[in-house]
Design a protein around this ligand. Structure first.
Ligand code: C2E
Ligand code: CA
Ligand code: CA
Ligand code: CA
Length: 280
């Protein structure tokens, strides 16, 4: 978060140790952020590693805090989850993402839109409805919408998750496992749940960045790609920062990539320009 230029999140650098008071104030402010129109989505391209084409974007939440400037979710999502504010926020994220998806499709850019979903959302029995309403309201094509969840989300919500995810898949919505390889799970879930994509966590990608990466580190990424392939699941490498990483991933047969090498998350207008479509 420190790398984000002038609008830094430096104020919250010690966010992980924020005290109870601070959390309380944050929660009060967070409750207002949707109504006050303080939330924004930034978008980061996902590219085809063979053609270099942008095939989709991931929507990343930002909070334009009235005093503190632009905040990354790492500074407020946890508090939002604890206070159940996450339900309002996710509703806003899914709806706004769908709206932008529809706009880009109408403008002639048939890309996909990935949005991040909290564990709490999957425990919510009305969650399928939230997504269905957003699709309905915006007219976005569900086959281009993808929900990113973590492995731990599945573990925490075993009872509800399967039903929710199956209902979403039936509508055509994609399910991506975010930060793949960092969770606690057994991987048996890859068979049990209707997963359409794996996103290899950037820590594994970081490991292969040196000119002579350890063979083991390349082997792990290679195995993840092979496993996804054999299960018929798409695979995205996260956090690609160098051409060298890109070259190795390409060689390993990884289909898609995402990272600062291509583009940092940016407002819709900037991404629209990149896509060569008109902005409104
Ligand atoms: P994530 O889903 O794993 O998203 C990727 C994060 O890595 C983003 O941070 C992105 O800006 C950053 N990133 C992208 N490319 C690179 C790279 O090449 N190098 C490095 N070092 N970092 C890269 P961001 O936007 O600060 O988001 C942090 C986390 O907040 C996300 O991690 C996600 O877990 C959560 N988040 C973001 N948007 C939402 C949302 O709408 N709802 C919920 N519940 N969580 C969200
Ligand atoms: Ca994500
Ligand atoms: Ca991730
Ligand atoms: Ca390592």
């Amino acid at each position: 978060a420190k790398k984000s230029g002038r609008n830094t999140y430096a104020f919250y650098d010690d966010a992980l140790t924020i005290n109870a008071n601070h959390k309380l104030r944050l929660a009060v402010e967070l409750r207002q952020c949707v109504q006050n129109n303080e939330l924004a989505l930034y978008y980061q391209p996902q590219v085809d590693l063979v053609t270099g084409q942008i095939i989709g974007v991931e929507a990343l939440l930002r909070w334009h805090h009235p005093e503190r400037g632009l905040l990354s979710p790492i500074h407020f999502i946890e508090v939002a989850e604890e206070r159940s504010i996450i339900h309002d926020i996710t509703r806003w994220v899914v709806e706004t993402g769908c709206q932008q998806l529809k706009a880009w499709h109408d403008a002639g850019a048939p890309i996909s839109m990935a949005v991040n979903i909290s564990p709490r959302n999957l425990a919510d029995v009305t969650f399928v409805q939230v997504v269905a309403e957003a699709l309905d309201k915006t007219g976005a094509d569900p086959r281009f919408l993808e929900l990113e969840i973590t492995e731990n989300t599945l573990i925490e919500n075993q009872a509800n998750a399967l039903r929710v995810l199956e209902q979403l898949r039936e509508k055509g919505v994609g399910i991506a496992i975010d930060d793949f390889g960092t969770g606690y799970s057994s991987m048996a879930y890859l068979k049990r749940y209707p997963i359409s994509k794996l996103k290899i966590d950037r820590h594994f990608i970081k490991d292969i960045q040196s000119q002579s990466p350890d063979e083991e580190e390349v082997a792990i990424v290679s195995a993840m790609i092979a496993m996804a392939d054999s299960l018929g699941i798409g695979v995205v490498a996260e956090g690609i920062e160098t051409l060298h990483q890109q070259a190795i991933l390409h060689e390993l047969g990884c289909t898609f990539g995402q990272g600062y090498l291509y583009r940092r998350p940016a407002p819709a207008a900037d991404i629209g320009e990149l896509l060569g479509v008109e902005n409104d």
